[in-house]
Ligand binder design. Structure first.
Ligand SMILES: Nc1ncnc2c1ncn2[C@@H]1O[C@H](COP(=O)(O)OP(=O)(O)O)[C@@H](O)[C@H]1O
Ligand SMILES: [Mg+2]
Ligand SMILES: [Zn+2]
Length: 309
């Protein structure tokens, strides 16, 4: 049996059924990622756009192929798609039965008004039109009575499940197996810039380019950024990072200019050159770049003494 849900055996194929916005993917996320076949994810895999309806046929073909491979191995699987029509469900039930797995219909009967309302919070490419959501909802309601006849071993309602505990267990296991850096400063790096930056991060021991403060590099191939860790930023007792940018006044200047950074977006802006020439960048040779007050309509920059990303 899967953890806390006696209704769902380990040899199940769970077929989620519900309109867009019902909460299917949220529920699917309580199982391991490898156990979930998501039609949206496969649409994105084949077309780079999870909402590209023209990619649906290819995504469905991919889903069926992957499902067959999992059923042959008798692996517990969840199909995350609307599955509100009998035609969509038929090949899923058949794949399960071919391999002696139990097809389980998992209904997510969220009220239509809620499903429609939830579309407005989505990116435009993922937002499903109201009339489509209402039609999906109607199809789900109509389907509910025929699922057993279609060959489903069992029909389960989302609200009867106990999925919070397995979700927390999975997340906590994932966190425990995170490699916790021994170096306390790497914890700060992770907090400010996120996990993806950690493998690229190198402290530069013995560097004196930052007035004695620690220096680090983020490098991937030919591209890199140089950073320094400033203790006690603004006298507040908190440490903060600054990134090195070119001198705003002279391309050939050998001085160093630093800009405080608060996150990975700042790193992107620094490397793409967006921060270059910002008013208020301090160069160790040229000093502070004077803000051009005549060009500033609101005069805001004139009050800024330090450039901030
Ligand atoms: N049980 C829930 N309670 C409150 N909001 C939820 C719940 N399940 C999902 N949602 C929210 O509804 C929206 C749609 O959920 P999602 O899982 O993406 O739906 P679907 O995959 O069925 O289209 C998301 O913003 C999600 O945060
Ligand atoms: Mg979804
Ligand atoms: Zn300079």
């Amino acid at each position: 049996m899967t953890e806390a849900d006696p209704q769902i055996a380990d040899n199940s194929l769970v077929v989620l059924i519900g309109p867009a916005g019902a909460g299917k993917s949220t529920l699917a996320n309580t199982w391991s990622a490898s156990q979930v076949l998501s039609l949206d994810a496969l649409r994105e895999t084949v077309s780079d756009d999870a909402g590209d309806q023209a990619a649906t046929n290819d995504a469905v073909a991919a889903l069926h192929l992957l499902l067959e491979a999992r059923m042959r191995r008798r692996r517990f699987t969840v199909v995350d798609a609307t599955n509100v029509t009998r035609a969509a469900r038929k090949p899923l039930v058949e794949a399960a039965k071919r391999h002696g797995m139990l097809p389980i219909a998992l209904l997510v009967p969220t009220p239509a008004t809620v499903c429609v309302k939830r579309q407005s919070g989505r990116d435009t490419n993922r937002s499903v039109p109201k009339h489509v959501v209402l039609e999906q909802h109607q199809n789900m309601v109509t389907s509910a009575g025929t699922l057993k006849k279609e060959g489903f071993h069992d029909v389960v309602f989302a609200e009867s499940l106990h999925r919070l505990l397995p979700l927390l267990k999975r997340i906590s296991t994932a966190r425990r197996s995170d490699p916790t850096p021994a170096d306390g400063d790497l914890l700060l790096v992770r907090r400010v810039f996120g996990d993806a930056i950690l493998p690229l991060w190198q402290w530069k021991p013995g560097s004196d380019i930052a007035e004695g403060d620690r220096v680090a590099e983020i490098r991937l191939g030919q591209q890199y950024l140089t950073l320094t860790l400033r203790p006690n930023v603004g006298g507040l007792g908190e440490s903060g990072f600054e990134v090195q940018v070119p001198c705003p006044q002279d391309d050939d200047c050998t001085g160093r200019a630093w800009v405080p950074v608060t996150g990975v977006t700042c790193l992107f802006r620094a490397l793409s050159g967006e921060l270059d020439g910002d008013d208020g960048i301090f160069c160790t040779v040229h000093g502070l770049t004077p803000g051009d007050e005549a060009d500033e309509p609101d005069g805001l920059q004139a009050e800024t003494t330090e450039a901030v990303c």
